[in-house]
Write a protein that binds this ligand. Structure first.
Ligand code: ZN
Length: 236
């Protein structure tokens, strides 16, 4: 009974957000204000948004030569805006094209410092929920589609399942990519809270890379992520 009610509430919320998102593309910022006024939820959680890589560490490179770190930052900044409009407090791991290391001489030392600093920022935030933004790359350019990786705890898995299914149904219906437990990613291994790492798409696939460069596609992507996280928090 409770599950049924929850399902309807979530479904309604998604429809509402997507309806307003579409309206927003036609009417500009007016519709976004409406989302902020009517969205539900107690907001004791703080959303930690991690734009992967940055500075000397560009991550992977897209098929047109754009660095992953740039895609990650653009999407993370949009996500930050949307979470604010929904009334959430956020913590941005980075807001510019920089690494977040606090000390270190060699590139390897800076990389280690950067990783530890990201973990420290997440674990020192009360009520943290981590959303880490990355882009995928593979030698075979056929592969496409977003994929959600989750930290090794039941809540993260629950969020990842919901987010993966919403990303696929909203952005690439028919794609059979599934959520996966994160293995060997330092940040995801070390956090002590609910956390997901979203590989938004494959920069090695020219069609998907072209979409990921577009502002409208990025807005749709962050709308799905924010709605899924918000729905998850409303029901936990
Ligand atoms: Zn990455």
């Amino acid at each position: 009974m409770k599950a049924k009610r929850t399902g309807l509430t979530l479904c309604g919320f998604y429809i509402l957000v997507f309806g307003l998102f579409l309206l927003g593309t036609l009417l500009g910022n007016k519709a976004v204000t409406v989302i902020a006024e009517i969205s539900p939820i107690t907001r004791s959680n703080r959303i930690v948004i991690d734009a992967g890589h940055g500075g000397e560490d560009g991550g992977t490179t897209s098929c047109t030569g754009k660095l992953e770190s740039s895609f990650n930052l653009e999407i993370a900044l949009r996500l930050d805006d949307l979470f604010h409009l929904l009334g959430y407090d956020t913590v941005m791991i980075r807001t510019t094209d920089t690494s977040v290391y606090t000390k270190g001489g060699t590139i390897a030392q800076k990389k280690i410092s950067d990783l530890k600093e990201r973990v420290r920022m997440v674990n020192s935030t009360p009520g943290a929920l981590l959303v880490s933004i990355h882009q995928n790359h593979f030698s075979d350019s056929r592969y496409s589609g977003p994929q959600v990786f989750y930290a090794d705890n039941p809540e993260s898995e629950k969020l990842a399942k919901c987010l993966q299914s919403q990303l696929v149904s909203s952005l690439c219906p028919g794609n059979n990519r599934r959520e996966k437990k994160s293995v060997g990613v330092y940040l995801m291994d070390q956090i002590q809270c609910t956390g997901v790492l979203v590989e938004c798409g494959f920069l090695s696939n020219s069609q998907e890379e072209s979409l990921l460069r577009q502002a409208e596609y990025q807005k749709k992507l962050v709308c799905v992520i924010a709605a899924s996280v918000s729905g998850f928090l409303a029901n936990t």
